[in-house]
Design a protein around this ligand. Structure first.
Ligand code: 13P
Length: 257
């Protein structure tokens, strides 16, 4: 983290877990375990249908609500889709785009991820843009090349003032839901590389200001070391964000003096 230049963000991704009716008890337990001093921005990204309940329950302890996906279209005959304006209208402040599970199970490509990020920015929602390599790519030493390509594609047509409202999340696919975390060195190396790619496009200042998160089996035990890395500005957390005490512990790990 480097709080002098950028904000620290701890974002949960509930994926397709939990029920709207479980949000209130979750938030009560989270609140009871949160530190008094705020050292990060707290976000919980939930299925679209649960966003209103999260907005309401999150107010008390200042947890922002986010979506997990959005349509790239503005409005119209797109049955089943949820638009950026609809998310904004119910109070979402963030939305994940380009998660590897969407890329894998729904065939989302980099152009679509870019279109979704731009749709969100147009409506004042901050996109959390996910990138990350597969195990095969890592083992073939293609990690940085591939991640750099994803970052450039996702940011295509986004100007420096819009970049200030984007968050990047580095999530190596092999670390998601596997219990196999990237080492702090591996995660730092790629996050630093992502910042260098952004510096190449936008220059030093915007690159210094963008928050880059790590995601992939981040938990209450490994969060402190990961967050101690200079280019890791927070976490995008799946499994551990479903447990209020663990999520609170990760939030506390952002308090590093
Ligand atoms: P886990 O923390 O369960 O590995 O999930 C990470 C993730 O995919 C967050 O978007």
């Amino acid at each position: 983290m480097n709080r002098k230049y950028r904000k620290t963000v701890i974002a949960g991704n509930w994926k397709m877990n939990m029920l709207a009716s479980e949000i209130k008890p979750f938030m009560e337990e989270l609140k009871a375990n949160l530190p008094k001093a705020r050292t990060c921005e707290m976000v919980l990204c939930v299925p679209g249908v649960m966003v209103p309940a999260m907005v309401k329950a999150g107010k008390d302890c200042k947890v922002a609500a986010g979506g997990e996906d959005v349509s790239c279209f503005e409005k119209g005959a797109y049955t089943g889709e949820v638009s950026a304006s609809q998310l904004a209208d119910v109070g979402a402040k963030y939305c994940i785009v380009g998660h590897s599970e969407r890329r894998q199970y729904h065939g989302e490509d980099d152009m679509l991820v870019n279109a979704k990020a731009r749709a969100l920015l147009d409506k004042g929602i901050m996109p959390i843009i996910c990138v990350g390599e597969s195990l095969e790519q890592r083992e073939s030493n293609l990690t940085m090349e591939y991640v750099a390509y994803q970052v450039k594609a996702a940011l295509s047509g986004i100007d420096a003032s819009q970049l200030r409202r984007c968050v990047i999340a580095y999530e190596p696919i092999w670390a998601i839901g596997t219990g196999k975390t990237a080492t702090a060195e591996q995660a730092q190396e790629v996050c630093e590389g992502i910042r260098a790619v952004i510096r190449g496009i936008y220059g030093a200042r915007p690159a210094r200001a963008v928050s880059i998160l790590y995601g992939g089996s981040m938990n209450a035990k490994n969060a402190y070391e990961l967050l101690a890395q200079p280019d890791i500005d927070g976490g995008l957390i799946g499994g551990a964000s479903l447990k209020p005490v663990d999520f609170a512990t990760i939030i506390k790990a952002t308090d590093q003096g």
